[in-house]
Design a protein around this ligand. Structure first.
Ligand SMILES: C[S@@+](CC[C@H](N)C(=O)[O-])C[C@H]1O[C@@H](n2cnc3c(N)ncnc32)[C@H](O)[C@@H]1O
Length: 200
């Protein structure tokens, strides 16, 4: 149980708890998350993912690239039923888990697509990514999925400013600007670091 998540998710707390049960049960059994993550799944995974909620405009089409076990896409979709969320994941084992989770949680605003970012041909208002790749490579995969005026939101750790520096040439080539944001989604949650990238 997580008090910050209870405050945040309110009437959707049951659904996010069911998702946590899937992560710490089948998710661990099938090697989607490590057993050491179990005690910190709320803080490190759910609340970290939920930190994106205030950065996504109402009614956006969102793609979560390299969604893995559904992070950040599923916690975001449960918190924000106004969004249309696509979970994009190439690996069959993870894709199967995502299909099962979306069905079990009755997430009608979420679809799951099996594939790599570089082979996907749709455009979205918001492209999310967490633990996908260093920013320069991530931009190569995610920028073509961004509609004109859309944004990329990359959840990062302490390497954020170093990654923005290293991505300088890519940002300049595509006329993009990157901002590093520190977001606390609840007074009792950790700060999440987000790199927001959009057109200059
Ligand atoms: C380290 S995992 C992170 C999963 C999840 N986003 C999270 O934060 O727990 C990276 C994921 O990206 C996926 N991936 C790797 N290359 C990709 C690509 N080119 N396009 C889309 N997804 C990719 C992998 O299959 C894997 O599920």
């Amino acid at each position: 149980m997580s008090e910050p998540a209870r405050d945040l998710y309110r009437s959707n707390y049951k659904t996010i708890s069911q998702y946590v049960d899937l992560l710490v049960g089948p998710g661990v059994e099938r090697g989607l998350i490590g057993p050491r993550e179990v005690p910190r799944v709320w803080d490190r995974h759910i609340l970290n993912s939920a930190a994106l909620q205030g950065l996504v405009p109402s009614g956006s089409r969102v793609v979560d690239v390299g969604s893995g076990a559904g992070l950040p896409g599923i916690p975001l979709a449960i918190l924000r039923p106004d969004l249309e969320v696509t979970l994009l994941e190439p690996l069959l084992r993870r894709f199967t888990f995502l299909m099962e989770a979306v069905e079990a949680l009755h997430l009608s605003s979420v679809r799951v697509v099996r594939g790599r970012a570089q082979d996907h041909r749709e455009r979205y208002d918001v492209v999310t990514a967490r633990a996908l790749a260093p920013l320069d490579r991530l931009l190569g995969w995610c920028n073509p999925l961004r509609s004109p005026g859309g944004v990329i939101l990359a959840l990062k750790g302490q390497s954020a400013s170093e990654e923005v520096g290293a991505a300088g040439p890519v940002l300049a080539r595509w006329k993009l600007k990157a901002e590093i944001l520190s977001v606390r989604v609840h007074p009792d949650s950790d700060i999440a670091t987000v790199i927001r990238v959009g057109s200059v």
